[in-house]
Design a protein around this ligand. Structure first.
Ligand SMILES: Cc1cc2nc3c(=O)[nH]c(=O)nc-3n(C[C@H](O)[C@H](O)[C@H](O)COP(=O)(O)O)c2cc1C
Ligand SMILES: Nc1ncnc2c1ncn2[C@@H]1O[C@H](COP(=O)(O)OP(=O)(O)O)[C@@H](O)[C@H]1O
Length: 311
């Protein structure tokens, strides 16, 4: 997949451009249905499949006080979109100036003139442009005027609810990683660098933990989780704890992972942590010994769950 960052780097039009556009945060099951339609259309028309997305997430620019945490920072979003077989990913730098562009101007200047759109496919209820005035109705009318094909893909639902990035954010905030996995069509993961911790894990608890630096993406609700962790492309069964280690009077949130059957130095490595099931809240134990016993129980519960959980 060719990745173009910034409209100024879009220097050519593509043959028979089949385009979709959106934030695609999480690249969830609903997004993937749209991407599959774009791919199918480009294959049958011998065209180029193009995804247009925005970075940073528009809400962060237009409504920064909301403190939105996203599911997929750009590099991860690009990786997941790439896996769906798209030809081109165009990422538009989203800023105040871009946010004030009227939908009609965007359609005519970018989609029609610069990209020479042959076919545009978006999801149900898609809205874009200044004041979110751009809609599927607007696109349909402009399709007739400018002569491009236009299709709307119906929503993917899960148990009757529309799959959306915000519903997944809600589930993760509640710690419901099992339901989030259904909506995403993949386990939710975070990724960041291993930093040094207090050194207590290995010595006092006999459970070394790789401490992660604060990830850019949304971190599920604090607690103990069954996870898998990828290091250098190898996947390990593991447990994670998100919390401030109250047993030791901690005040800062730590993001820690203990990998099973692993004993190498991890500081400086990038780890990707896939959340599979939440086991419990973090608790204050009367002693380190009590916490150590509980962690051993967590590990044996996790092993049973992992044995039944597909990769
Ligand atoms: C599976 C697991 C469960 C944990 N549960 C708790 C807990 O309930 N309460 C708590 O205070 N700390 C808990 N911890 C965190 C430990 O306090 C922490 O790993 C320890 O302080 C080591 O920190 P370090 O990596 O900075 O050395 C847990 C850690 C793991 C791996
Ligand atoms: N199985 C493992 N899971 C996680 N980290 C491990 C493991 N084996 C070794 N390590 C290493 O041990 C370190 C964790 O030990 P710990 O005493 O908890 O120290 P720290 O507080 O510095 O993270 C990690 O940073 C990592 O480099």
């Amino acid at each position: 997949m060719e990745i173009i960052r910034g409209l100024e780097n879009l220097t050519k039009a593509y043959h028979n451009a089949i385009i979709t556009l959106g934030n695609f945060d999480g690249v969830h099951a609903g997004h993937r249905r749209i991407l599959e339609r774009v791919k199918a259309a480009s294959q049958s028309a011998g065209g180029t499949s193009i995804v247009i997305t925005f970075d940073p997430h528009p809400v962060k620019v237009v409504n920064p006080q909301k403190g939105l945490k996203i599911l997929t920072p750009f590099d991860i979003k690009a990786e997941l979109i790439g896996k769906t077989g798209m030809d081109v990913l165009l990422c538009i730098d989203f800023n105040k100036e871009f946010s004030s562009i009227a939908p009609d101007y965007f359609i005519e200047e970018i989609l029609v003139k610069r990209l020479q759109a042959a076919h545009i496919i978006v999801g149900h209820n898609y809205r874009f442009g200044k004041g979110k005035k751009g809609s599927t109705e607007v696109l349909r009318r402009r399709a007739a005027k400018f002569g491009f094909k236009f299709n709307v893909v119906r929503n993917v639902t899960s148990c009757g609810n529309v799959v959306s990035s915000s519903s997944i954010r809600h589930l993760l905030t509640r710690g419901d990683v099992v339901e989030a996995r259904k909506l995403l069509g993949r386990p939710y993961f975070i990724q960041s660098q291993v930093i040094t911790g207090t050194g207590r894990g290995k010595t006092l608890l006999q459970t070394p933990t790789a401490n992660l630096s604060l990830p850019d993406e949304l971190v599920p609700k604090a607690g103990v989780y069954v996870v898998r962790a990828a290091v250098d492309g190898v996947l390990y069964d593991a447990v994670a704890n998100i919390g401030n280690n109250p047993t030791f009077g901690g005040i800062h949130t730590a993001y820690e992972v203990h990998l099973f059957d692993y004993d190498k130095y991890l500081v400086g490595n990038t780890i990707r942590v896939y959340f599979l099931k939440r086991l419990r809240d973090e608790k204050t134990f009367p002693s380190a010994e009590d916490l150590k016993t509980q962690i051993q129980k967590d590990i044996s519960t996790a092993k049973k769950i992992l044995a039944e959980t597909p990769v």
